[in-house]
Write a protein that binds this ligand. Sequence first.
Ligand code: AMP
Length: 187
Amino acid sequence: MNIILFGPPGAGKGTQSKYLVHKLNNFQVSTGDILREEIKKNSDIGQQITSNMNEGKFVSDEIVNSLIKKLMLDPRKKDKLIFDGYPRSLSQAKYLDLLLDNSNQKIDHIFFLNVNKNTIIERIEKRKTLENRSDDNADTILKRYDTYMETTRPVLDYYSKNPNFHQINGTQEIDQITKEIEAFINV
Ligand code: AMP
């Protein structure tokens, strides 16, 4: 089963995707984690993306798409993908469709975790103290939220027409969100 978790930073995508990975024995595809790993390794890509990431701006579609393409070539991951933070632009969503078609796969469920700005700010302030991420500060949070909402709106419009699209109230407790997701995927 392939699933997309969709929603602004701090919506709980990471928490829910980790749970689903465990439950379904799937693989998490977190572009944020993959990109942070490139920075840690100080790779060519890492050097190109550091300033964008720190300023809360998106990394180019070209870079993100190439990382996803590489990952989807792994046959062990076929039909076992939990996308967390990808796609984030219409061009990424269309590129993902192409990769899925080429590998004979489809997305079974798309979950949009809908959360308001104030809740996001509170959650990210809390996460900052736990994870110490360099892009988790008040200014960057607001920038990331606005960038997300601006760039991702067309993706939301695109996916909301899909019969497997489900909107979940992401301000609820973690367990309640999990329950609602599980009801859709029948596990
Ligand atoms: P996240 O961990 O998903 O909140 O992502 C952290 C940062 O990584 C974002 O603010 C972007 O700078 C970058 N990023 C993650 N995923 C993507 C993506 N699909 N497209 C572009 N940039 C991304």
